[in-house]
Design a protein around this ligand. Structure first.
Ligand code: MSK
Length: 630
């Protein structure tokens, strides 16, 4: 292993402690303090048994008051809250996808946004039955953008992308009445169902939760991923670095944060221009460093190798370094705390989306039409702010790891085909991966996803579970903040192969991959759905028979619940380390952890003990292997 060593969570924490000391000097707040003020949490809220969907309440269910004023019981209340939570997540991902479709519609050979992967656009067009022969690629892009936007409000039928799922899965969805129709319809229908005086039957509400999740995973998120690839390029393996040490004290530091690559791609493009680099030098800096936080970071890391400064619970740390000239955000997972925090430093906090407006920020409205000019204004603002830096407050923890990222489905298949030398078409196949799994060289795969949550010691669950799984010859595909936890620790460094069992280590050596494959951002969990669909088709198995499970050990957002629902509804058992506010109803908890298996051949497991969570995943994978006789 040479001098390679994983970075430990204790080292992450020591670095954070040091940054919080700087924060104290300038009167900064931090999530660590706010968590203390907010605990213990409200028990009614934690169990999901508080109802405030009408103005007769709020009603809280207790043994003495087992029904709300309208007569709804605890099961109806918990299930309604769960569906609302899911709808929030599917709306969010899907609206992100919608923005990407709008950007696709604005592509122009002479404009800010171009078609970078025309082959992929043609592939999707053919898949959707669109004539491509002899068509100008930009005309096709505009036609596809309109069709994709039509998926949000289509009058009849299901999402186009569900045709990618195996026949068996599609039949199940239709039979169970959870096949996703128009994206906006599923979200609206969810909010209709949870209105006062509509559904209170847990089965109906949970069924719609699955459907609402599916319109995200096989609708809005998939559109977000696929058309981002068309616009900005389909990711291929690329080297980058992760953790706060990627920030550079000599340079102007710009941090991109949020989810939508339309903004961050343009910021990267402009910051890389000779004009801006020269301007930064004129202002006394040696250059410009862009780094990222959360999923926007994943997007630009995978396509440009832009380094990842950190994940969700590290977003305040980038400001606390005192070396962040500007943090620019688009949508989702942005702490409103960044406004007041940046005021304690010289940092400019720039919001750009009408969807995510916050106090104490400079709002520069970003749209595909003004992208170049506004990106220039933002980068210039950062450079101009370099001279306001207070050197006595600057401390960048010298901590970073190398990572290879950018494993789209296309990249994974190509990479594996180089090993098996069995390339059957230009896009490769999943057959080498299936051979590794059936022969037992690999025991299975885990999709590790999701956020950080202060309820779990940040990053510990992601990292410890990954270490345990790879040691047991289970390959990991990761996305979102889970992927960043892995990268920060060093698990996306190819040298991490030495931490694997003999089988996975051999695969990593032959395929020249790290044991944890970075598949992208939160919307890119749709890539994982495409991968399992192809594995199922190529192996002749159903998705639910594959020795593959999903895991979100530190999740926190509504989006994560929506993801969980579509992963389970696609047939993958899903393991959570945080309870989704359903413990107040044994009926709803039973449905989610067992009952839905009758509908979709998979269910949830909730286990807060992380070691046990890992054991349960391994047991489940081995059980699936035995069931198919491998
Ligand atoms: S950013 S949803 S904290 S993974 Fe996609 Fe991270 Fe969770 Fe946001």
């Amino acid at each position: 292993m040479g001098d390679f060593k994983l970075t430990t969570v204790e080292e992450f924490e020591a670095a954070t402690e040091r940054l919080l000391e700087t924060g104290k000097k300038v009167g900064a707040d931090g999530w660590q303090y706010r968590v203390k003020n907010q605990t213990p949490h409200c028990k009614f809220g934690e169990q999901g048994i508080c109802c405030r969907i009408c103005a007769m309440g709020p009603c809280r269910i207790t043994p003495k008051a087992p029904r709300g004023i309208c007569g709804c019981d605890v099961h109806g209340i918990v299930a309604r809250n769960y569906l609302k939570f899911t709808a929030g997540g599917s709306a969010t991902h899907s609206d992100h996808g919608r923005e990407i479709c709008h950007t696709l519609y604005c592509t122009d050979p002479n404009g800010a946004y171009k078609v970078k992967d025309p082959e992929k656009l043609i592939r999707i067009a053919k898949e959707w039955g669109v004539e491509t022969e002899g068509k100008d690629i930009y005309d096709l892009a505009h036609e596809m953008a309109l069709l994709a936007l039509g998926e949000y409000g289509k009058v009849f039928g299901y999402q186009n992308f569900i045709n990618r799922a195996p026949e068996h899965t599609q039949e199940l969805w239709k039979k169970q009445e959870i096949a996703p129709r128009a994206i906006d319809r599923e979200v609206s229908c969810s909010l209709h169902m949870t209105h006062m005086g509509c559904s209170s039957l847990p089965e109906a509400l949970i069924r719609q939760s699955l459907r609402s999740g599916l319109c995200d995973g096989w609708g809005g998120s998939m559109a977000g991923t696929e058309f981002s690839d068309v616009l900005f390029g389909t990711p291929k393996p690329i080297e980058t670095e992760a953790n706060l040490g990627v920030m550079n004290a000599d340079n102007v530091n710009i941090v991109v944060h949020g989810h939508d690559p339309s903004l961050s791609e343009m910021i990267c493009e402009i910051a890389d221009s000779p004009e801006m680099i020269a301007y930064a030098k004129e202002k006394g800096a040696k250059g410009i460093t862009i780094s990222g936080v959360c999923c926007t970071s994943n997007e630009v890391a995978m396509r440009r190798g832009i380094p990842m400064a950190g994940n969700f619970l590290q977003q305040e740390n980038v400001v606390l370094t005192g070396a962040c000239e500007l943090i620019v955000v688009d949508v989702q997972c942005i702490f409103p705390a960044l406004g007041p925090l940046s005021k304690c430093f010289h940092t400019k906090f720039v919001t750009t989306s009408p969807v995510a407006q916050m106090p104490d920020s400079d709002f520069i409205r970003f749209s595909p039409e003004n992208a170049t000019e506004n990106a220039k204004a933002i980068v210039k603002m950062a450079i101009d702010n370099f001279e306001n830096r207070k050197p006595e407050l600057v401390h960048i923890p010298q901590m970073k790891q190398k990572a290879t990222v950018g494993y789209s489905v296309e990249a994974i298949k190509k990479q594996l085909d180089t090993v098996a030398n069995s390339q059957v078409d230009e896009f490769g196949t999943t057959k080498p991966l299936i051979e590794c799994i059936t022969s037992g060289v690999l025991r299975g795969a885990v999709a590790m996803v999701g956020c950080n949550n202060p309820k779990v010691r940040p990053d510990t669950a992601h990292i410890e579970l990954m270490k345990k799984l790879i040691a047991n010859d289970i390959i990991i595909v990761a996305s979102g903040c889970s992927a960043q936890a892995a990268a920060k620790a060093g698990l996306m460094d190819k040298r991490a192969k030495d931490l694997c069992g003999a089988g996975l280590k051999r695969v990593c050596e032959l395929a020249d991959i790290p044991p944890v494959l970075h598949m992208g951002s939160c919307v890119d969990i749709s890539r994982m759905m495409v991968l399992v669909a192809e594995l199922a088709k190529d192996s002749g198995l159903n998705i639910s028979q594959l020795p593959v499970v999903g895991c979100a050990p530190e999740w926190m957002s509504e989006k994560a619940v929506s993801i969980g629902n579509y992963v389970v509804a696609t047939g993958l058992d899903t393991f959570l380390g945080v309870d989704p506010y359903v413990s107040g109803s044994d009926k709803v908890a039973e449905l989610l952890t067992s009952g839905i298996r009758d509908w979709v051949e998979a269910a949830y497991t909730v286990e807060k003990d992380i070691d046990k969570l890992g054991d349960k995943m391994i047991e489940r994978i081995e059980e699936k292997r035995r069931a198919i006789g491998i």
